[in-house]
Design a protein around this ligand. Structure first.
Ligand code: FAD
Length: 337
């Protein structure tokens, strides 16, 4: 009762990275609140799930393993998650802001009438005093996310309804295995108890999975280009540098909109969130909508003709000059070394 729950998203029996990131965050929140961390995994033929979630800190694994739960369908998943939540009354419930999480979490929150903050970038525990009533609340979940086109960072609290529910963007939180893994208690869910015949009206007849081939989320090095790169042709030098460094090419929205590169490479609020070891920003001004997607990078190098470019505030190293001259020099250097 009143524990922290994380919805474990699975595809083909494999756990989504964002679920492991949420377990790491959930462990931190549960320790702060002095409660348990419970993982809720739905799917079919889920193997070694207890070991996986135990490595990321779960005390309990709710295992709903049934042919009706894979691939994902809205109604049966909603029925199982709501059924468990109604019985267990979590204080916090976290979902990845993936296509599945974005579909499922609003259904669950509206069924439970609990409220939901979508697309959070940070979660912390804090106290709150209501300005109108003067009533004080302890240990609420601060659900933090960009709002108004990224112009402000909003902190949202839900004092009165439970669970406090949030979806969290992929890649914004660390995923970290415990040194001493947990051995979670496994609770097998009787799926038939929750899923009615009417939840099974949607039948999946065929699935077409498109491999996009570009995954910058897990790249250790990202060489990102902005509008200042000037053209699609100039992006070739970014690919050459990224290849030499064992990385991937990222981009700002302005560069994507100008057709310099593919949308799958866009970093930021409406793109991908990345946390590479090295981020080289070439001709990127550093607007908040962009930096929201890369400010967790370990080391940032900014190459910009403008010494006052906002990206410089995020940079560990600033090179003031044209990327069209600096990048070829870097390529030459790394080819020789
Ligand atoms: P610009 O702002 O045009 O900056 C170009 C930079 O290049 C300048 O700093 C200039 O000094 C420099 N420069 C010019 N020539 C050179 C050269 N030869 N060498 C080196 N530097 C040079 N943006 C994102 O990136 N990601 C998002 O996800 C995103 N989401 C958004 C969501 C909303 C709702 C909104 C309103 C905006 C969003 N944006 C996003 C857009 C964002 O506000 C900026 O417009 C965008 O990031 C600017 O891209 P840029 O820095 O490449 O271009």
């Amino acid at each position: 009762m009143n524990n922290v729950f994380v919805y474990i998203e699975t595809e083909g029996g494999k756990v989504a990275d964002v679920s492991l990131e949420l377990l790491t965050k959930g462990r931190e929140l549960a320790d702060r609140l002095g409660c348990k961390l419970e993982a809720l995994a739905l799917g079919h033929e889920l193997k070694e799930m207890d070991k996986i979630v135990g490595r990321y800190g779960a005390d309990t694994l709710w295992l709903a393993d049934d042919a009706e739960l894979a691939p994902y369908r809205t109604l049966p998943h909603t029925a199982v998650v709501c059924g468990i939540f109604e019985e267990e009354k979590p204080q916090i419930a976290l979902f990845g802001a993936t296509p599945v999480g974005r579909d499922l979490a609003p259904r669950v929150s509206s069924t439970l009438r609990s409220g939901l903050t979508a697309d959070c970038t940070s979660l912390v525990i804090g106290d709150h005093t209501d300005a109108k009533s003067g009533r004080s609340y302890e240990n609420l979940l601060y659900q933090i996310r960009p709002a108004f086109g990224g112009n402000i960072i909003a902190t949202i609290v839900n004092p009165d309804h439970r669970p406090q529910m949030a979806t969290v963007r992929e890649g914004v939180m660390r995923k970290e295995e415990l040194k001493e893994p947990k051995h979670p208690e496994v609770k097998r869910v009787d799926v038939a108890k929750f899923v009615k015949e009417s939840d099974l009206v949607v039948k999946i007849i065929d699935r077409h999975i498109e491999e996009r081939g570009i995954d910058i989320k897990n790249a250790p090095v990202i060489v990102a280009g902005g509008y200042g790169m000037g053209s699609k042709e100039n992006f070739a030098m970014l690919h050459e540098l990224a290849d030499l460094l064992g990385g991937e090419v990222g981009a700002s929205r302005a560069a994507v909109d100008a057709g310099f590169t593919d949308h799958a490479r866009q970093v930021g609020q409406t793109g991908v969130t990345v946390r590479p070891k090295l981020y080289i920003a070439c001709g990127i001004s550093g607007q908040i909508q962009h930096t929201a997607g890369m400010d967790q990078a370990s080391i940032v190098i900014a190459i910009n003709t403008d010494p006052e470019a906002p990206i410089n505030k995020f940079a560990d190293y600033v090179i003031t000059g044209s990327a069209l001259e600096v990048v070829p020099k870097m390529i030459k250097f790394y080819k020789q070394n």
